[in-house]
Design a protein around this ligand. Structure first.
Ligand code: ADP
Length: 215
């Protein structure tokens, strides 16, 4: 089983790229952010543990995240291919993922490092809107829905994530720099890293990644 990682700070467009790859490939989308938000909504023990971390833009403890990822991976057949979005976010999580692959079978094929300049990131994050029911991602100016506040896919209500406020965004960027950036050299040393310019239109990023996957 070969899997991929979508790596990059908040706002680089991991979720938007994942939506595209879900349609174009057989990779199964594993977003720890989505799984944690679902856990909070359902009021499960994991959700209760994660809530305060997420609302302030801090990372949820590695042990919690590794547990939900292992549970998710073990639900699928050993031949399944996964695309990890927002995971791993720390060296400990990356090492934990290696251990999970050893236990369940599997390995990494590519780590896509999505690169976007900071001013572009801030613009993207403050304008982001998400569908309450299907999770589709929009932007008030660069990717608006046909009808304001309504999802094109399933007519669900669009909302602004509570952690997309300006103060929390700055905190998430700082957390990314400190805790996740070390993963870039971690995976570069393993020869798995593919740098992708993700500062342009979503379609351009999609095409760059698809080219690597189909090469
Ligand atoms: P973004 O990539 O825009 O920050 P995510 O949905 O990936 O959005 O993550 C939102 C929040 O969920 C993070 O700020 C963090 O609190 C929590 N989270 C998601 N994935 C992880 C992870 N792998 N490790 C720790 N915390 C996580």
């Amino acid at each position: 089983m070969k899997s991929i990682i979508l790596l990059g700070g908040p706002g680089v467009g991991k979720g938007t790229l994942a939506d595209f790859l879900k349609k174009q490939t057989d990779y199964i989308h594993v977003s720890t952010g989505d799984m944690l938000r679902a856990a909070i909504q359902s009021g499960s023990p994991v959700g209760l543990e994660a809530k305060s971390f997420m609302e302030t833009g801090r990372l949820v403890p590695d042990s919690v995240v590794l547990r939900i990822v292992e549970e998710r991976i073990s639900q699928d057949s050993t031949g399944a291919r996964f695309m990890f979005d927002g995971f791993p976010r720390t060296i400990e999580q990356a090492e934990g993922l290696d251990a999970i692959f050893k236990r369940l079978g599997g390995s990494l094929n590519h780590v896509f490092n999505l690169v976007v300049e900071r001013p572009v990131l801030l613009r993207r994050l403050t304008g982001r809107r998400v569908c309450k029911t299907c999770g589709a991602v929009y932007h008030v100016t660069s990717r608006p829905p046909k009808q304001e506040g309504v999802c094109d896919v399933d007519a669900g209500e669009l909302y602004q994530r509570t952690d997309d406020s300006e103060a929390t965004i700055l905190n998430r960027l700082e957390v990314y720099e400190k805790q996740t950036v070390p993963l870039i050299s971690f995976y570069r040393k393993k020869g798995l890293l593919r740098d992708i310019d993700a500062g342009g239109k979503a379609e351009e990023t999609d095409a760059l990644v698809l080219k690597v996957l189909t090469a």
